[in-house]
Design a protein around this ligand. Structure first.
Ligand code: FES
Ligand code: FES
Length: 186
């Protein structure tokens, strides 16, 4: 057994676990945080996505011992008391869920994705800025970072599967929050 300390949703958690325990199992089985879901347990579905220091990770492929002293945020840590995170509210407003099984992972992934986009990280469908801006005829002073288009969101969220097919609502919710500029990750 090894002792692992980490911050989970703003509180210190101390775990006595075997070294092969995944972060997902540590959260679910040892800390009782069952929001992150075990869909495939092999990194293919995104249902287990959580944030580690603000970056999205699939927790089924992460060993808990790797996250000593790191800040982990799960879906349970997104709301501020009774006040939903803007993305949670947008998912409700746009019917971005049906059974809800994928939703915790979708939410955490979207928050991480918005931060990646804000930091200028390109996706596989991002046009090189020079080509895009030349095509748009923009002068240098008016160039802006790549718009978070529907194609961008679908590509950047492609690691999160939804067996109910709620993708249209998910994309609409993310676009809303991106436009509000209120995306935050903790
Ligand atoms: S359960 Fe982790 S990616 Fe599917
Ligand atoms: S809402 Fe059912 S799997 Fe996505």
């Amino acid at each position: 057994m090894v002792e692992v300390r980490m911050r989970v949703n703003g509180a210190t958690a101390t775990l006595d676990i075997e070294p092969q325990v995944s972060l997902l199992d540590a959260l679910r089985e040892h800390l009782g945080l069952t929001g992150a879901k075990k869909g495939c347990a092999q990194g293919a579905c995104g249902a287990c996505t959580v944030l580690a220091d603000g970056e999205r990770i699939v927790s089924c492929l992460a060993l808990a011992v790797q996250y000593e002293e790191r800040e982990i945020t799960t879906v349970e840590g997104l709301a501020d008391g009774e006040r939903l995170h803007p993305l949670q509210a947008a998912f409700i407003a746009h019917d971005g869920l049906q059974c809800g099984y994928c939703t915790p992972g979708q939410l955490c992934s979207a928050i991480g994705m918005l931060a990646e986009h804000r930091a200028g990280a390109p996706s596989a469908v991002t046009e090189p800025p020079a080509a895009r801006d030349r095509a748009a005829g923009l002068p240098e002073a008016e160039l802006s970072e790549a718009e978070l288009s529907e194609a961008e969101i679908r590509e950047r969220m492609s690691g999160n599967l939804c067996r109910c097919g709620a993708y249209n609502g998910i994309v609409a919710a993310i676009r809303d929050v991106a436009a509000m500029g209120e995306e935050t990750g903790r």
